[in-house]
Design a protein around this ligand. Structure first.
Ligand code: HEM
Length: 466
């Protein structure tokens, strides 16, 4: 009897403590005119529910709280989640009104203080201008596309009669191709050394900033240190070289009138890391998912092949593709947009308030994060009828990519500067992939869609020549 009473007392005590903690966390963040919402547990907030249930957590909170703007506590910060397309657009367009980037501390620590996503105001303008100078459409046409083409053509050879992990391959292709464009790094020991470190760095940017042995955060920090060392070495060799090269590093180091302003070595390194990081996961995941969707939709694959064989007509086997060929890939572009939409490669972007901000009658306090959650726009049946079907044709001749809620590449002053280059890389990969090979899946594949799109057990396909 005494034992039962003790257990009951303990259980009630524990329940009381939990209620007390939850209540305390609510009261702590309570302010006048805040959006509705729950703050979860002290310190952890609702991070576990968010990471576990992802999109469903968002939809449930919206339904429960009757609104597209609600507060929560995720990834270590008090956060307002915004699912309203109109307000999301407003937030992206108004950095100057106190809505600056708000990426997690782990990401900022690992990507560097001068990383473009961490800087604001005039330094952001300088870095962005430098970046736009490196990856603008004329640069792509004259310098980058030939490099990407040569890389894809040689990298996508000898895949016949093999079982490959297309997730691994697309990661490798995205990274090695960008290394070649950025610093002329050919596939070999330097790119291999960078590969291991970059993979580690990416894992750490979405982790809790706990600097303890064995954590992803600590490993990513160490990876950053090694990447900086390798890049310093590459820069040193380049500075002492008498030969002139035509890559991004050359433009950054020999910045003259073409560049708006010369960057320090530290800024150049952070800019290169940002270029590698920003293009790596987005491009590799979209390429992998395009392969998946095309496999599952033979009629779309047929149409895509038609477009690419038309381009190959009149070309010799080793002849590459040029800007005009790329511009004629209208269906390929549609496949890429549809893949980005349906797979939701980017769920949203993060901002931070630097002053109290009023929105839709609510006040978002200074220092809070805003999660500009754009995922739901991708499945809006008014914008995209039958939103869950893969239908690249919806993008043909409808200017969908210029509608005001098109946010696959962000918007405003942070609109992705690598948009065109990313499309060029995926389109060139698809060109060689579908004209050289046919493929079938081996053993099925599981794909996780949140918080990042990935095939946790790999994605094996059997490849044969076409
Ligand atoms: C399919 C491919 C890609 C997608 C879906 C994508 C998506 C995005 C999105 C949504 C943003 C906005 C982030 C924000 O507002 O905070 C962004 C920014 C950025 N992207 Fe991309 N991206 C892609 C490819 C690339 C590539 C290939 C590069 C580099 C070569 C790149 C470089 C950047 C940079 C540097 C920023 C930061 C811009 C700034 O803060 O001013 N992206 N990207």
């Amino acid at each position: 009897m005494v034992l039962v009473e003790s257990i009951l007392a303990l259980a009630f005590g524990f329940l009381g403590l939990c209620c007390g903690l939850l209540r305390w966390n609510e009261v702590r963040y309570r302010k006048k005119d805040m959006p509705p919402g729950t703050m979860g547990w002290p310190l952890f907030g609702e991070t576990t529910e968010f990471l576990k249930h992802g999109p469903n957590f968002m939809k449930n909170q919206r339904a429960r709280l009757y609104g597209s703007l609600f507060k929560s506590h995720i990834l270590g910060c008090p956060t307002v989640v915004c699912m309203d397309p109109e307000i999301n657009r407003y937030i992206l367009m108004n950095e100057s009104k106190g809505l600056v980037p708000g990426y997690p501390q782990s990401m900022l620590d690992i990507l560097g203080e001068c990383n473009i996503a961490a800087v604001t105001g005039s330094l952001h303008k300088t870095m962005r201008n430098s970046m736009l100078g490196l990856i603008s459409p004329p640069m792509i046409r004259d310098h980058l596309l030939p490099k990407v083409d040569e890389f894809m053509s040689s990298h996508l050879s000898n895949w016949s009669d093999q079982v490959i992990d297309i997730q691994e391959k697309t990661k490798e292709v995205a990274l090695y191709s960008s290394l070649k464009q950025i610093a002329g790094i050919e596939t070999g020991p330097v790119s291999d050394a960078l590969k291991a470190e970059v993979f580690q760095l990416v894992l750490g940017t979405l982790s809790l900033p706990i600097n303890l042995p064995g954590t992803n955060y600590r490993r990513a920090f160490q990876a950053r240190r090694k990447i900086v060392e390798i890049l310093k070495d590459v820069i040193e060799k380049r500075m002492s070289s008498l030969c002139s090269q035509t890559d991004m590093l050359e433009l950054l180091l020999k910045a003259d009138d073409n560049m708006k302003s010369k960057l320090t070595e530290e800024q150049i390194i952070d800019l290169i890391i940002a270029l590698i990081y920003s293009g790596y996961e987005t491009v590799s995941t979209t390429t992998m998912m395009a392969v998946k969707f095309l496999h599952d939709h033979p009629e779309a694959l047929l149409e895509l092949r038609k477009e690419h064989f038309q381009i190959r007509k009149g070309k010799s086997a080793n002849e590459g593709i040029d800007w005009n060929d790329y511009k004629s890939m209208t269906f390929t572009r549609a496949v890429i947009f549809e893949t980005l939409r349906l797979a939701t490669v980017v769920n949203g972007v993060l901002r931070k308030t630097i002053q109290d901000i009023e929105m839709k009658g609510f006040v978002i306090p200074k220092g809070w994060r805003i999660y500009v959650y754009t995922r739901e726009i991708n499945y809006d049946p008014y914008l995209y009828p039958e939103p869950l079907s893969f239908n690249p044709w919806r993008w043909m001749n409808r200017n969908l990519d210029s509608h005001q809620y098109f946010m696959l590449f962000g918007g405003g002053s942070r609109l992705c500067p690598g948009k065109e280059l990313g499309i060029v890389e995926i389109a060139t990969f698809l060109h060689y992939f579908v004209t050289r090979y046919r493929w079938e899946e081996v053993g099925g594949v599981t794909i996780h869609k949140f918080p990042r799109v990935e095939a946790p057990n790999g994605f094996r396909i059997r490849v044969q020549s076409y």
